[in-house]
Design a protein around this ligand. Structure first.
Ligand code: GZL
Ligand code: ZN
Length: 331
C-alpha cells in the first residue's frame, strides 16, 4: 500500500536516526510515567481511543493499530473501544491524561465537542494524534497530526462513477449515510453531491444507517417501502451496502442489477459482494493506519516536527478488478 506522505529532509531523517541511537544506549528520554518503565524507559506509552467495532473497516483498522503498536516496536498500548459514543471517548482520553501517557491518539466518532478535553491534554503536556476521522476545531494546535483518507475525494470518486455510467437515464438514487456528525459521513455526502450535480440523477432519499449492516438493512427496507422506483444505492460504507443487499433480496429484487449499489471502504466482505455482482463499484478507504501512527508517535515523543496532515492513498474497484484483487487483499 503506497502512502502519500511528505518528503522528509535528509537532516530530519539523520536526526531521527540519532534519536533512536541515543535512546538505544539509554540516552535522555521523555518521562515515562505511563509506560511499563522496563527496557531503559525508551518504551512509548500510548493511549488509543477507538470509535467502536461497528464495521469490517473498524475491525481492520483496530487490527492494524494493535499489530503495530507492540512492545517489540517500542510501545506500551492502552486501547479502549467507545461503542460509538463520544462520552466514552472523552472519558478514555481523560483516563489517559490521568495515567500520564506519553502520547494519546484517537479516531473521533464525530467532528465536534472535543476542544475541552483536548485543552486538558495540552495543559498536561500530552501530545494528541488523530487517526481516521477529523475534529472540527478553531485551534489546530490541539493535535499534532491527522492521519487518514480524504473523505470528500472518496465521495467524489463514487459520484463520478455514477455520473459517468448513468447520467442521461434519469435514475433515482437513495443514500445510506454514515454516522450523523462524523467526518466521513459529512464529507462523503458533500463529495458525492458535487460529482452528480448537473446530471439527471435524482437523490430521492437520504438517511443514516450509522455505518452498520443492521442500520443499512433497516433504512433500505424503509426506502423500498416508500419508493418503488429506486435505481441506485450510494452507501457511505460497505457494511451498510451489505445490509441493503439483504433488504433488496427480501423485496424480491436482484442487487447489482435491478438496483445498482456503489459503496466506500473495500473491505473483504464488500469486495466479495462486488466480485459476486451484488455491488457494482467500491471506492477504497484504507484502514491500515498503524504504521503511520507508530512513525508519527515516535517523532512526536522525540520532539520532531511532524506533518499536520498525512493523507493515505485509496484505490477503487469494479467487479472485474475486485475478483482479481481479492486473493491478495490484506483486509
Ligand atoms: C472511514 C471510517 C468509517 C468507515 C466505516 O475512515 O471512519 O467508519 O468508512 C467505519 O466503515 O465505520
Ligand atoms: Zn421514489
Amino acid at each position: 500500500m503506497k502512502r502519500k506522505t511528505f518528503l522528509r529532509s535528509a537532516a530530519a531523517v539523520a536526526s531521527v536516526a540519532a534519536v533512536v541511537a541515543l535512546s538505544a544506549c539509554g540516552g535522555a528520554d521523555s518521562p515515562d510515567a505511563g509506560g511499563d518503565g522496563g527496557g531503559g524507559g525508551d518504551t512509548i506509552s500510548i493511549g488509543f481511543s477507538q470509535v467502536g467495532a461497528e464495521s469490517g473497516w473498524r475491525a481492520a483498522n483496530t487490527k492494524s493499530i494493535q499489530d503495530t503498536l507492540t512492545e517489540e516496536n517500542g510501545f506500551k498500548l492502552s486501547f479502549s473501544d467507545a461503542q460509538q459514543k463520544q462520552e466514552n471517548q472523552i472519558q478514555a482520553i481523560r483516563s489517559y491524561i490521568a495515567q500520564g501517557q506519553d502520547v494519546i491518539a484517537f479516531s473521533p466518532v464525530v467532528e465536534t465537542g472535543w476542544d475541552a478535553v483536548l485543552q486538558e491534554a495540552q495543559a498536561a503536556g500530552i501530545p494528541v494524534i488523530l487517526t481516521d476521522r477529523a475534529v472540527d476545531t478553531e485551534d489546530d494546535s490541539l493535535y499534532e497530526s491527522f492521519i487518514g483518507s480524504d473523505f470528500v475525494l472518496e465521495g467524489e470518486r463514487a459520484g463520478n462513477w455514477v455520473a459517468e455510467n448513468f447520467d442521461g437515464e434519469s435514475m433515482k438514487l437513495v443514500e445510506l449515510q454514515g454516522t450523523t456528525g462524523s467526518a466521513p459521513a459529512i464529507d462523503r455526502k458533500e463529495g458525492f453531491a458535487a460529482a452528480i450535480d448537473g446530471t439527471d440523477i435524482e437523490l430521492v432519499d437520504s438517511q443514516t444507517g450509522d455505518f452498520t449492516r443492521a442500520g443499512g438493512k433497516q433504512v433500505m427496507e424503509g426506502f423500498l417501502n416508500s419508493h418503488n422506483d429506486i435505481d441506485i444505492v450510494f452507501a457511505h460504507n460497505d457494511d451498510m451496502g451489505l445490509g441493503a443487499i439483504e433488504a433488496i433480496e427480501a423485496a424480491g429484487l436482484t442487487p447489482g442489477e435491478d438496483v445498482k449499489i456503489v459503496t466506500i471502504d473495500a473491505v473483504k466482505d464488500g469486495m466479495q459482494a462486488l466480485a459476486d455482482g451484488k455491488i457494482n463499484y467500491i471506492v477504497e478507504c484504507n484502514p491500515m493506519l498503524g504504521e503511520d501512527l507508530a512513525e508519527i508517535a515516535k517523532k512526536v515523543v522525540a520532539g520532531e516536527e511532524v506533518e499536520k496532515r498525512i493523507v493515505v492513498e485509496d484505490a477503487e474497484f469494479d467487479q472485474q478488478q475486485a475478483a482479481e484483487a481479492l486473493p491478495d487483499r490484506l483486509y
